[in-house]
Design a protein around this ligand. Structure first.
Ligand SMILES: Cc1ncc(COP(=O)(O)O)c(C=O)c1O
Length: 406
């Protein structure tokens, strides 16, 4: 049967693409059916109906004031390759239905692993899953019973400990938001220590160069991991190569569509063996947490091929340069207190005389700032995920928000 829903429809795809070109940022209300419709309206009508809701209602992460969270805009090569992925629907669980896609993932991991001093790894849907995968391997291989991390560690760390039946111990941070290494107990023979490279709240990077004699050391480099590819910034992560495992979110500073991340292991053969399961219907063992999973490496490979190391470094440097400019601007405002230096593009500030920073965020363009609690205070937070932000527009927005509460 020739079912037109499953064949290339250039006109429909052009209609969808044109909607991206003509994007109207003003959200339109649209009445979706309250119950699942009995009759379909067809592809062209669906595109027309959904454009105002899905495209108009979304937050645009590449807009000039987008600077709120660790969520970047994505380069168009990832849109094209993600469309191929959706059309081909390869399943990396089964080599026979994903012959090339599996090789692409191996290639991307092979390109990236030397920057981190790891022997291999695999893709995950982000660092939440990568962190759980790492601690699962630590439990299997080193009989880890406890997970120690700073109080600034991402929520996925205590969550992973909980899922794995491990005790979670939260340790104090120093004034810059890094794990205070003096808090580590002497005997770590049953412990996995998790260091964070780019904390969620303030971008702090725990000391990676100190030797930690623990059963397992994991570095959660969800945010700052991509620094390792940058000649300008890679030395900030010196020591990361000592870890047993490293998580990186590709949908953060690798500019990938969600969900995309990586877990790397120092000894990938042992780690993958420890987290593999076979089944009668599988041609090869199922490695890691996911069963069926798609070819997320394809857009990542395409992006790395497009930009090369130079183009990649240029984007990271541009984002960091914007964070530097913002930091400098904030420091020059007499009524503003800034939290620490720009370590990895996460900038926090408070205004003296404004008890509730949320008021300021609500007065700024949506998506330009967020809030976080740190050291007992609530701060306004900006994250340099968008290399195309316009600092003049952002600083005007901050000034307007401040003058509105004066
Ligand atoms: C330090 C850190 N670790 C882990 C995560 C979780 O990563 P993901 O959102 O890719 O699951 C985040 C997310 O912001 C993070 O900032």
């Amino acid at each position: 049967m020739n079912d037109s829903s499953f064949t290339v429809n250039e006109e429909g795809l052009r209609q969808a693409l044109q909607a991206l070109v003509d994007i109207d940022l003003h959200q339109a209300t649209i009445d979706l059916p309250k119950t699942l419709p009995a009759k379909g309206i067809g592809e062209h009508n669906v595109i027309a109906e959904l454009v105002p809701l899905i495209l108009g209602g979304a937050r645009h992460l590449g807009s000039e004031t987008a600077f709120a969270h660790m969520d970047p805009p994505t380069p168009w090569i990832t849109w094209a390759t993600t469309m191929w992925n959706a059309a081909l629907n390869q399943n990396l669980l089964h080599p026979d239905v994903a012959p090339v896609a599996r090789e692409i993932e191996t290639q991307v991991v092979d390109w990236l692993k030397p920057f981190f001093g790891m022997s291999g790894g695999h893709m995950t849907p982000g660092s939440t899953v990568a962190n759980l995968t790492a601690l699962w391997a630590a439990r299997e291989l080193r009989d880890v019973k406890r997970v120690l991390a700073s109080k600034a560690a991402h929520v996925s760390i205590p969550k992973a400990a909980h899922i794995l039946g491990l005790e979670f111990v939260a340790l104090d941070c120093d004034a810059s938001g890094c794990l205070d290494l003096g808090q580590l107990p002497d005997d770590l023979s049953d412990a996995a220590v998790v260091l964070t490279a780019g904390t969620t709240s303030c971008g702090a990077i725990d000391s990676l160069s100190t030797d930690i004699d623990a059963a397992w050391v994991h570095v959660d480099a969800a945010w700052a991991g991509p620094f390792r590819l940058s000649p300008t910034y890679h030395s900030i992560l010196d020591g990361i190569e000592k870890a047993d495992s490293i998580s990186v979110s590709a949908h953060k500073w690798f500019f990938q569509p969600k969900e995309s991340g990586l877990i790397f292991f120092k000894d990938v053969a042992s780690a993958h063996r420890a987290i593999s399961f076979g089944a009668d219907y599988l041609a090869i063992p199922n490695v890691g947490l996911l069963g069926s999973h798609g070819a997320n490496a394809v857009p990542l490979l395409a992006t790395l091929l497009c930009w090369g190391l130079e183009g990649f470094n240029e984007r990271i440097s541009r984002a960091m340069g914007l964070a530097d400019q913002l930091h400098q601007f904030l420091r020059e405002q007499s009524e503003i207190v800034v939290f620490g230096p720009n370590v990895s593009g996460v900038i926090l500030w408070r205004a003296t005389g404004v008890a509730e920073p949320r008021i300021l965020v609500d007065r700024m363009p949506a998506g330009s700032a967020s809030t976080t609690r740190l050291a007992g205070e609530v701060w306004v937070r900006h994250v340099a995920a968008n290399p195309n932000a316009n600092m003049a527009a952002l600083t005007i927005a901050i000034q307007d928000a401040l003058s509105a509460v004066d």
